[in-house]
Ligand binder design. Structure first.
Ligand SMILES: Cc1ncc(COP(=O)(O)O)c(C=O)c1O
Length: 401
């Protein structure tokens, strides 16, 4: 992000201008700062964009990932299947509820998305939910995942093992990278499962600094998340303000996961820019792909797979032959002023998880190979095609020992 002058090309950058400045000024002048009419408008806008019935804005995506599990009362003894190739938040929320994360491998280094066959083999009578994550803004295979869950649920042996009436397994989508993308003509990212969560953190395709949103068609999930984000209160502060009433009841012990009107106003302006920004991201990714195709040592995940209708192109990962080469190229790029990153160190290998979570002591060969070779190159709508070509040339130079 655009804070350090040492970088000639930032990994990501805001697309802010005077429209965002004006939007914030209007909130300040309205003198209503916490969740209110702009948040409602932002929720309506995202729900329409995604094509789903309910959208609930929150202070972060992490809050949404947590509340989705909480809305089903998932807790100790319950298992949640999750990729290890994700930002740690997806897994931390499981552990923070006392539930057990069951780590699943990705399909392959060329297709680093949770593997439906891994899900199939790791579903158990204790499974309550599956978190899929649209890595880099590319859709997981939701049809194959849904089939795996449905087959498991209807298998007679499973019903016998569970004894009484089985609880259904929910499929959730960590769509932190997903806004602006689609699985097919009918399904926007975020809207491919029982519920999805977007992130509006500063580096995201829709950026508000901090923020997140749950989108779902399931009324019972939406109702619970509405309550839980505001301490379980029956009426929000804004509703009480409008109705001029002081009274409320508490239906559930919740938290304060409310967004502010400032972030929602920023989100509304960013939604106006989303389509144009997405076109730009696609153009940049195409240029990267054609340039990198000239470098046989570089593998570009997703490049060979033709079924993507409209990925969100949130970040641009490449694979180098091994970790030594990756580190060498990374250093060369940094020396040239090109900021890079790494998505992601696998969660199951973090110190806490190795020490405290027995389920983390597994081997996930595709994930581990991917993480050892991956380097994330800059991608944001303010970049030029010339910059992409320059970065590709710098990668080529860094490859030469
Ligand atoms: C895959 C993934 N999940 C969850 C999160 C957490 O989002 P937030 O920072 O909005 O809580 C992020 C943030 O970068 C992410 O990349």
């Amino acid at each position: 992000m655009g804070a350090h002058n040492q970088w000639k090309v930032f990994l990501s950058d805001l697309t802010y201008d005077e429209q965002e400045e004006q939007a914030v000024l209007e909130v300040i002048r309205s003198r209503w700062l916490t969740m209110g009419p702009r948040t409602e408008a932002f929720e309506k806008r995202v729900a329409e964009y995604v094509g789903c019935k309910h959208a609930i804005c929150l202070s972060s995506c992490t809050a949404g990932l947590y509340l989705l599990l909480k809305s089903l009362d998932i807790g100790p003894g319950d298992e949640v299947l999750v990729p290890s190739l994700t930002f740690v938040a997806t897994v931390n929320v499981i552990v923070n509820l006392g539930a057990v994360p069951v780590f699943c491998d990705v399909i392959s280094p060329e297709l680093p998305l949770i593997d439906p066959e891994e899900i199939r083999s790791k579903l158990s009578p204790a499974t309550r939910a599956v978190y899929a994550m649209d890595y880099a803004g590319y859709p997981c295979d939701y049809d194959a995942i849904t089939d795996a869950i449905a087959e498991y649920e209807t298998s007679t042996s499973n019903l016998r093992r569970r004894g009484a009436k089985p609880q259904s397994i929910h499929l959730f989508e960590d769509a932190a990278h997903g806004i602006g993308g689609a699985l097919d003509a009918e399904r926007s990212l975020g809207n491919c499962a029982d519920a999805g969560v977007f992130s509006f953190f500063s580096n995201k395709n829709v950026a508000t600094g901090e923020g997140g949103m749950v989108v779902t068609n399931q009324a019972h999930i939406a109702e619970r998340i509405h309550l839980l984000r505001r301490h379980g209160l029956t009426h929000s502060t804004w509703e009480r303000h409008l109705a001029d009433t002081l009274s409320y009841d508490v239906e559930l012990p919740g938290w304060n996961f409310r967004p502010t009107e400032i972030t929602s106003a920023l989100g509304l302006v960013q939604m106006d820019k989303l389509e144009g920004n997405q076109e730009r991201r696609h153009e940049l990714v195409r240029r990267y792909q054609s340039g990198l195709a000239q470098l046989p040592e570089v593998t570009v995940p997703f490049a060979q797979i033709k079924t993507w209708h409209f990925p969100a192109c949130h970040v641009f990962p490449i694979l180098l032959p091994d970790s030594v080469t990756r580190n060498r190229v990374r250093e060369a790029l940094h020396a040239s002023g090109i900021q890079t990153s790494h998505h992601y160190p696998p969660v199951h290998l973090f110190e806490y998880y190795q020490r405290a979570q027995p389920t983390a002591r597994v081997q996930l060969p595709q994930t581990e190979q991917y993480a050892a070779r991956e380097l994330t190159l800059p991608l944001h709508p303010r970049m030029t095609l010339d910059q992409v070509e320059w970065i590709v040339a710098q990668v080529a130079e860094g490859l030469t020992p």
